[in-house]
Design a protein around this ligand. Structure first.
Ligand SMILES: [Fe+2]
Length: 570
């Protein structure tokens, strides 16, 4: 009899995951079902999808794990409307309240209260009731500490036998980070970083101070930082906010004072320079902390999780550390990955499994019949059945002619990045196609770069590859080689880096497509961006795909063996 565990997460970017027999067999986030980006509600739909996908019933699940029982999370479980209210406030879906500063400060005061026994009891009782209402009957419910869940997600999917495991985020369960060691199948916490000394909160507060949405637009700050002129750390006005001492982080003041200082700097300084300051501070601190931890514990393989590691520029600096032998970032590094982390931790606790089969393709999939049913509902779409070899060839031709295409195949990706199963693709060498894509579909801000997908055989020809492991999850940036810059114009950032998904050379549809592109251009590389309408999560099902095609008047889509042409396309 094998161990089967359902993991759930009911906070920011809620979701569910199912782990069975040493494999993550399903994982998805609630936003894909409710169509609200970074959904916060209880993950009913994700749980139902997990059961449906695996052919199980609620009564078949004996172990359920969930994470985070801190004071505020418990309060939100008791009063769900508080969560909704914060969601609308954070996403700026309401008018700016007069008491914005008060609310902001209240958040950081309350969230710094960690785990209390009463909160754990209340959280367990509420979650248990919600699960029972869904038909779960005889199950054991486990709580997993926030940073333990982050650490487990990275440690147990890294493939490392022995590793240092570092987590850093805004905060969770009273902490903003941790350093653990994975050894002999056990994950052991060595150090904790208090919520008050949070690198993630400084970055989050900078995002807010620059008029962007906390917990959502941090990537924009990273992108904007590249448009500042470079300056020394000595001239960084935010440099005093946090210091690294050995393997500790020490903030100079509480988040309330910190926010006030950041706003003062933002008032007097052009915003790209403020973004540069926050980015520089983050990079310096993360690199120094990691370097010190590697020295202290003498372990060169490092696995990372937590929202801070969604910062691909900081990750790039980390990879360049000489003492770092092997490097891994859990692909769903933010709180959206906690359901997987909680389930893996409990699985390890029950039977000692310390390495799980894991891929990025863990979400819903649809049969050819389901796909065609959705497509036929829109009479303006012309449909042709095509084998995948033909689709890959056709899509490559269209890209070579300067078109962008929708590409929808098989199981949905898990995590924030589109990785060739729900992607919009454009030629990497065509600036005009990129602009068209931005104008009609993505509507991103001008300073946000597009990511790339690169065939593994071509990685070293296109970027300065460090040989520290191929990254199939788009969690790192690389410097683009100068001699191929014309090939990369639509996927290169102003600082001459690109954020690639490395695609293995195999018989998968996406690999075939990249090989098709290579036959035309000499390089297996495309622009790859998430398949979604502006402001919405990545599409989940064929109905979403059809709606997006209609609303963006896109001409071509390749979806589960059907080639689609939109007669209404512009
Ligand atoms: Fe977190």
């Amino acid at each position: 009899m094998f161990t089967r565990i359902l993991g759930i997460w009911d906070g920011h970017d809620s979701g569910a995951a199912l782990v069975e027999d040493g494999r993550v067999i399903f994982a998805s986030n609630e936003e894909r079902y409710t169509k609200r980006k970074l959904e916060v509600s209880f993950p009913y739909n994700s749980i139902i999808a997990a059961l449906y996908h695996s052919g199980l019933k609620a009564k078949d699940i004996e172990h359920i794990a969930f994470s985070t029982t801190e004071f505020t999370k418990t309060l939100e479980r008791v009063f769900p409307h508080m969560k909704e209210s914060y969601y609308a406030f954070r996403r700026r879906k309401v008018r700016k309240p007069h008491f914005e500063d008060f609310r902001h400060n209240l958040k950081y005061t309350l969230t710094s209260v960690g785990v209390l026994p009463m909160c754990t009891y209340l959280s367990k009782s509420i979650i248990s009731k919600q699960l029972k209402r869904m038909g779960f009957e005889r199950f054991r419910l486990y709580t997993v500490d926030h940073h333990t869940a982050h650490a487990a997600s990275a440690a147990f999917t890294s493939g490392f036998g022995k590793a240092l495991v570092i987590t850093l985020d805004g905060l969770g369960d009273g902490l903003s980070g941790s350093i653990s060691i994975l050894d002999n199948g056990k994950l052991e916490r060595k150090l904790s970083i208090p919520a008050r000394d949070s690198l993630g909160i400084i970055y989050e507060q900078t995002t807010n101070a620059l008029g962007m949405r906390e917990l959502e637009d941090e990537g924009k700050i990273m992108a904007m930082a590249d448009y500042s002129f470079p300056f020394d750390f000595e001239d960084n006005k935010l440099k005093g906010l946090i210091k690294v001492r050995g393997t500790s982080l020490i903030a100079s003041c509480n988040p309330r004072k910190q926010y006030s200082l950041i706003k003062d700097v933002a008032w007097q300084t052009p915003r790209e320079q403020v973004a540069y300051m926050a980015q520089q501070l983050l990079e310096n601190a993360v690199v120094k902390l990691t370097s010190n931890a590697i020295d202290r514990f003498s372990i060169g393989n490092v696995a990372f999780a937590g929202g801070v590691f969604s910062n691909v520029k900081a990750n790039m600096k980390l990879r360049s550390l000489e003492a770092m032998k092997r490097w891994y970032v859990f692909p769903h590094m933010g709180d959206g990955g906690l359901a997987v982390g909680a389930a893996l931790y409990v699985n390890n606790m029950i039977d000692g499994t310390d390495s799980f089969d894991f891929s990025a393709y863990l979400g819903d999939s649809y049969s050819a019949e389901e796909t065609k049913h959705a497509l036929k509902a829109d009479r303006s779409l012309e449909l042709h059945d095509d084998v995948i070899e033909q689709q890959a060839k056709h899509a490559a031709e269209l890209l070579d002619e300067g078109n962008y295409v929708f590409w929808f195949q098989d199981r949905m990706e898990y995590g924030p990045r589109a990785l060739g199963h729900r992607s919009i693709l454009a030629p990497s060498s065509d600036e005009e196609a990129k602009e068209k894509l931005n104008l009609y579909v993505k509507r991103r801000e001008w300073f946000q770069p597009f990511a790339s997908s690169i065939l593994e055989d071509d990685l070293a020809r296109l970027v300065e590859y460090d040989g520290k492991g191929l990254d199939p999850y788009m969690t790192n940036a690389y410097r683009v080689r100068e001699d191929v810059s014309t090939q990369m114009v639509s996927v290169v950032n102003i600082d001459k880096t690109t954020r690639p998904q490395v695609v293995h050379s195999d018989r998968s549809p996406y690999s075939m497509l990249l090989k098709g592109v290579k036959r035309h251009t000499g390089y297996g590389v495309v622009l790859n961006t998430s398949f979604n309408l502006h402001g919405f999560p990545i599409v989940r099902d064929p109905e979403d795909a059809v709606r997006t095609m209609r609303e963006t008047r896109t001409k071509y889509m390749f979806i589960n063996g059907v080639t689609v042409r939109n007669r209404r396309a512009t």
